[in-house]
Design a protein around this ligand. Structure first.
Ligand code: FES
Length: 103
């Protein structure tokens, strides 16, 4: 399924890159910019980023489920990952509202 129409990136390609990143460091926090940087792409309109975040969370959960991480490790890490992305989403919305008001 096409996720990023600006760069023609599919969900399969995104999942593969996330898995490669997790293979290098399974506890790193992955953001869309890190995934796109690894693919040598850039967010243009960034409208796909919320979907990429969902794919990151889902792929990371599946990765750790396969990897025999303890329940406590997975819960702690996924909580931090979800909070990190929620904070980023909230900051994005606030930034857009501020720039909209200023215009
Ligand atoms: S849809 Fe991905 S950057 Fe525009």
């Amino acid at each position: 399924m096409l996720v990023c129409s600006c760069n023609y990136i599919t969900d399969k390609e995104i999942r593969e890159v996330i898995t490669e990143l997790l293979d290098r460091d399974c506890w790193q926090l992955i953001v869309p910019a890190k995934v796109y940087h690894a693919m040598e792409k850039r967010g243009r309109c960034c409208g796909c980023f919320p979907n990429v975040v969902d794919i990151i969370i889902q792929t990371t959960e599946e990765y750790h489920a396969r990897r025999h991480s303890t329940e406590a490790e997975i819960f702690d890490f996924m909580s931090r990952l979800k909070k990190f992305h929620e904070d980023n989403r909230r900051a994005d919305i606030e930034r857009r509202q501020k720039s909209h008001r200023a215009a």
